[in-house]
Write a protein that binds this ligand. Structure first.
Ligand code: GDP
Ligand code: MG
Length: 177
């Protein structure tokens, strides 16, 4: 099978927001409460079938969000076709850090499709960020969409990767003119 639609998808966001859990859930269907801290970058491949696109190969780059690895980010976004920027719905500060990441991502490609993703939607009693606040921020920062996910329940996990795949394909077609 040939995969002409191969995309490099970067998972960005602070440490602890749920990047590895979301990636694991998407790849294996399993949620574990005890993910290890991601050191540097972890790399995964998953083939999916997307309605209207057909076969898509996703190369998923799960970044260790720790401050001391921040210097790697410009190298890491090189060749990226799209980004899922994750924050935790239980922690406003992780959303406030969107601007730091955006400046790095926009310097690489001002039109790079970036989706804002509110993670841990199952933790309703701990929620600190309301949906409308996140939507406003996504719009004002030029994100291509906003979605809330739970790696624990699986809510919106698959559809998020499908949506970003469609956005990446659209962007790639524009680039190739
Ligand atoms: P990362 O540093 O961004 O990769 O974050 P991790 O995926 O390692 O997750 C950090 C912690 O949050 C772990 O204890 C996870 O079990 C927990 N976590 C991640 N996603 C969810 C979720 O959707 N729901 C709940 N309840 N906990 C989550
Ligand atoms: Mg991680």
């Amino acid at each position: 099978m040939s995969y002409e639609k191969t995309f490099k998808l970067v998972i960005a966001g602070d440490g602890g927001v749920g990047k590895t859990s979301l990636t694991n859930k998407f790849i294996t269907g399993v949620f574990t409460d005890s993910t290890k801290i991601t050191i540097g970058v972890e790399f995964f491949v998953k083939d999916i079938k997307v309605e209207t696109l057909g076969n898509v190969r996703l190369q998923i780059w799960d970044f260790g969000g720790e401050e001391r690895f921040r210097f790697l980010l410009p190298t890491y976004v090189k060749g990226a076709n799209g980004v899922l920027f994750l924050f935790s719905l239980t922690d406003m500060v992780t959303l406030a850090h969107l601007d730091d990441w955006m400046s790095i991502l926009k310097a690489y490609d001002p039109h790079l499709p970036i989706m804002l993703v509110g993670a841990k939607s199952d933790l309703k009693h701990l929620r600190k960020v309301q949906t409308h606040e996140a939507i406003d921020i996504a719009k004002s920062r030029g994100c291509k969409g906003y979605v809330e996910v739970s790696a624990k329940t699986g809510e919106n996990v698959h559809s998020t990767f499908e949506t970003i795949s469609k956005l990446m394909w659209k962007h790639l077609q524009k680039q190739q003119g």
